[in-house]
Every structure is written in C-alpha cells, then in structure tokens.
Design a protein around this ligand. Sequence first.
Ligand code: OKP
Ligand code: ZN
Length: 343
Amino acid sequence: MKTVFSPGQLAHDPRHEISDGELKPAVEIPARAEIVRARILEAGMGEILAPEEFGMAPLARVHDAGYLDFLDSFWSRWTEAGRGGEAFPFVWPVRGLRADPVPDHIDGLLGRYSFDAGTPMGEETFAAARASANSALTGARLVAGGDRAAFALCRPPGHHAAADYYGGYCFLNNAGIAAQWLRDAGAARVAIFDVDYHHGNGTQAIFYDRSDVLFLSVHADPREEYPYFLGHAEETGIGAGEGFNVNYPLAPGADWAIWSAALDAGLERIARFAPDVLIVSLGLDPYEKDPISRFRLTQDDFTRLGARLARAGLPTLFVLEGGYAVDALGVNCVNTLTGFEAG
Ligand code: OKP
Ligand code: ZN
C-alpha cells in the first residue's frame, strides 16, 4: 500500500514535556516518523508520496474557527508577550470559571484551547500539524479513489485533539478530519477504530452526537490511565449518536488474548454498521516495551492485528497515532500494514 508523509511534519521538534511532576525530554519526537519511514523503505512496502495541500477548509469542518485562529496566531502572540521557548498552559476554565469570553492574553488562550500541560507548542507546531492532516487527507483521497488501503504516516498525532482543544501531543484530529472529508466526498458511513493504548477522547468528542461516524476505541481504563476524564464503557453516544460510540477499556497489563477479544468485539460492531470506509487510528503503544504504556502486545501481535483488520473486508485508511518505543516503531508499524496486506 502507499504511504503518505511530508518532511514538513518533522518541523514540530519539541525538547521537553511536563510529566510526572518534571520537565522531561519529549517523547513525541521527529525520530518516530523517521524510523517508520526508514522501515517502510527497507521492507519495500510501497511508494511514499508527499501529501497534497488541502488548505484550511477540511480542518474547519471539524475544528472550531477560534481554535484554528489560536493555532495560527500562537507564535506571534507568544513572542509578543516576550516569550521565545516552548509554551505550556497553566490555567484552565474548569467548573465555575468562564470559557467565554475567550481571553486576549496568550496565557489565557493556551488554557482555553487545551486540556493538559503535557503538550509542548513551538514556532513550527501548527505548520507540522497541518502537514500531518494533509497526509491523512491525501490517504483518504487514495482510498476514496479505489485503493484497498493507504497509510497516513501522521505525526504529530491527532486522536486527543477535539474541536476546540489540543493535548496529548495532538493538535489537529487527523483521523476525524479524514472521516469528515470522506463523508463530504460521498461516503454514507465511516467507522474509526482507535487501537492506541490511550483513549481517543478527541475523536470521541467530535463525533459523539452523530450516527454517520461510528467511533470505537480499545485502550487502558481511564480510571487508571491518561486521559483519565473520558473513555469509560458507559459512554455510548448522545442523541442521534446514541449507540455509535463504543469504548473497550482494559486493565493495564492486557496481553494479546485479552486485547484481541476487544478487537474482535469491535470488528463485529463495525460489520453491523457496514461502513463504506474504515479508518484505523493506529497507535503502536500497546507494545509490551512501550516506555509510557502498560499493555503487552508483541511485535508478532501487530502482524496479527493487521490480518484481523483485513478480514473486515473494507477500504481502510491507517492513520498513525502514538507509540514511543522508537527503535521498535518501524517494525511494529510495518508488521501491522503487511499483516493487513497478507490478510
Ligand atoms: C498520546 B497518544 C506519563 C504521561 C503521559 C500523556 C500521554 C499522551 C499519549 N507519565 N502523558 O495517545 O499516544
Ligand atoms: Zn497513546
């Protein structure tokens, strides 16, 4: 299958993140994409294309105008406030405070448009996130044009970003933007299956009241794991979207036997939904050696994952999400994709 990737996605190159009460080395780094690209070439998996430029319109179908404006103006506001390094929010409009009116000050804007303090922003962040979204959109166009599958090598990732907030290393919801674009291009129903170790809270929030985009996620139980505030089994959708949001939270430590049972349940739900296209939010952090995660998938399990996804028999767009065992990322990613192709 074809891969879509732009070197422009590497421009977001954070130094630090806030986690565990410390300023630590960032884990969502350009090397993640480079090692995946290198393995695709080494394995001869197929062509790597540069994304087309889709402009702002497909982003605005999913994201709030004020949020996009914030991302676009962030660096000039940050530097005008006398800052020059990486930005982190530190104040949020939680219960009892007011999110409207939107503040003028960059420190207020950072809190208004984020949900965590663990996600560094810099001068090149929005440009890299736009390039990443263009890769997802180009992959969607390949699948809409008849390719059985495509791989969008998205980085920065997207599944934690909602209509009007960033967090979890995510700024633009690449999978959600691709899903909406496919709907606008004529797909009646799109399923998004998120297999990242962390719940895809942003994607869930974007489609929570809709029945045309089915969202499913297998992830670590939010009672014990990031993002803590979404991803429980009882979140099933609202209004017209009731029944079209499916969470499979698992206790930390889940191995292939436990994890693949949830995968199979999700695939059964997808078969009943009968979508025109399947989007896989492909997080590689369920891997047993991932440094920030606690599931136990092996490298061979990713091949099995690809094969099971292929059995759905649907045009499939893979969109990269997380995965931080950098040395193993290329193998785990290509195992999934070649497992799919063989399946
Ligand atoms: C992004 B993606 C661990 C801190 C975890 C946030 C994790 C974001 C994961 N002590 N920080 O879903 O892989
Ligand atoms: Zn993750």
